[in-house]
Design a protein around this ligand. Structure first.
Ligand code: ADP
Length: 425
């Protein structure tokens, strides 16, 4: 049997003391920190629940510890619908074995109150790579979300109010520039043309601000229907062609991947697959027009191509230009609000930095994805993937839509107008 010497005993007790000290320190941190800390084990049972988690959720540690996290950390989305089981960040950590973050949902407290929450979860990985548990950090972001909402409301009201007088000024300037209506000398015409251009830019800025404020708080109107993207893009490119040709840029519409594709000139002779999506046609037009206008705006010579392809699940369209390209370090910021690449082109070419932000928000409305591939000096390609729906599903949706239209028309014809007799004075 091996006995500890006096020295060893001293060493062991020093180690015990220091371990004890470390535990005391981490207990102090966990118990005083302002963020909620919740730890679960591999059976998804809560093992640790700090006082801040109690403040946020309304559950006492004694009640929460030992329960499944799903009973205590109930999350709902902005439409007050429960999260699907696999959407919960704790569940996502177990599936992906990596961190998960969510800043869009509300937590339903024990008393049924909605708490705006930011939740970050990290996995606890065992020696064999298995997830042994997870630690979540909860933060009440109610004040932050209220401030964001006030800011968005202000932008939306201000831009709405300012759009009307700007539209009036633009209208009067257009009248002044119309030779059939007014007679002005060439110097005045030059000034007024500049004023007209700037007013148009201002009008676009207010419109973009309004749309982005709506997109942020989920008020963007959308009436999705089944759209056949091939047909839709053929018509849209016809309208856009004019914009490219004005700048002497060639334009093509390609069905299929870029190498094996059929150019638009032959499109009528090609039996292209029917690529159906479920989206609002006007919103999609906004996205494609915006990407196309950018392609034209930033490209001096060459060609703009619009492409369409897809597989069983996805419809993909792309807009390619032979412009200056976008540096890799800017690409990840491109879809953020007000982001503009800082180069000589953007310093001289007007813009708001809101277009791509709005495009992303619209694409996400239809569960789609937008991204860019670009090499400086070789042009840029913007890609959009949207979920594809089958022809049968599209026919069913179109029949439903037609049925609804029919019942609206019949109701309008059948319902007699209710005429209120004028009240006697
Ligand atoms: P903007 O109103 O400035 O065009 P966007 O959000 O539409 O705003 O675009 C953001 C920035 O991305 C632009 O300012 C520009 O620097 C860059 N950009 C967008 N499209 C292209 C393109 N096709 N080629 C080169 N740069 C582009």
């Amino acid at each position: 049997m091996k006995f500890f010497g006096k020295k060893d005993v001293k060493k062991t007790s020093a180690l015990a003391n220091s371990l004890q000290n470390e535990k005391v320190k981490s207990d102090i941190i966990v118990n005083t920190i302002d963020d909620g800390v919740v730890m679960i084990d591999d059976q998804q049972i809560i093992q640790l629940f700090n006082p801040a988690a109690t403040r946020i959720t309304g559950w006492l540690a004694g009640e929460a510890v030992g329960l499944d996290y799903k009973l205590v950390l109930k999350l709902v989305n902005e439409k007050a619908e429960d999260y699907q089981v696999d959407q919960h960040p704790f569940a996502r950590v177990f599936m992906s074995k990596s961190n998960a973050h969510d800043n869009s949902g509300d937590l339903l407290s024990k008393n049924g109150k909605n708490v705006a929450i930011d939740i970050s979860v990290s996995p606890l990985i065992g020696e064999n790579g298995e997830v042994q548990g997870a630690v979540g950090i909860l933060r009440d972001v109610g004040d932050q979300r209220r401030a964001e909402k006030q800011r968005a409301d202000f932008i939306s009201t201000a831009s709405h109010e300012m759009r009307t007088p700007v539209a009036a000024i633009e209208g009067y300037l257009a009248l002044a520039l119309n030779e059939k209506v007014s007679k002005i000398d060439s110097k005045a015409r030059n000034f007024l043309e500049k004023a007209h251009e700037s007013t148009q830019r201002l009008g676009n800025l207010f419109q973009d601000l309004l749309t982005s404020a709506k997109a942020e708080d989920g008020r963007l109107s959308s009436h999705p229907v089944a759209i056949e993207m091939g047909d839709y893009l053929v018509h849209l490119t016809e309208d856009l062609r004019f914009v490219a040709e004005k700048k002497n840029l060639a334009m093509e519409f390609v069905v299929g991947s870029s190498t094996e594709g059929n150019s638009y000139a032959d499109a009528s002779r090609v039996i292209a697959p029917l690529y159906y999506c479920f989206a609002d046609a006007d919103r999609l037009r906004e996205v494609i027009t915006n990407l196309f206008d950018n392609a034209v705006k930033y490209t001096e010579t060459g060609k703009i191509s619009i492409g369409l392809t897809g597989d069983a699940k996805v419809v993909q369209f792309r807009i390619h230009d032979t412009g200056p390209g976008i540096p890799a370090e800017d690409q990840s910021h491109l879809f953020q609000k007000f982001y503009r690449v800082d180069n000589s082109a953007t310093r001289t070419i007007g813009g708001t930095g809101l277009g791509l932000f709005i495009c992303k928000k619209i694409v996400e409305l239809y569960d789609g994805r937008i991204w860019i591939e670009s090499i400086v000096g070789s042009g840029s390609t913007f890609f959009i993937n949207l979920p594809r729906i089958s022809s049968e599903k599209a026919a069913q949706l179109q029949a439903q839509e037609a049925g609804q239209m029919q019942s609206i028309v019949s109701a309008a014809v059948v319902t007699p107008a209710i005429v209120t007799p004028p009240s006697k004075i």
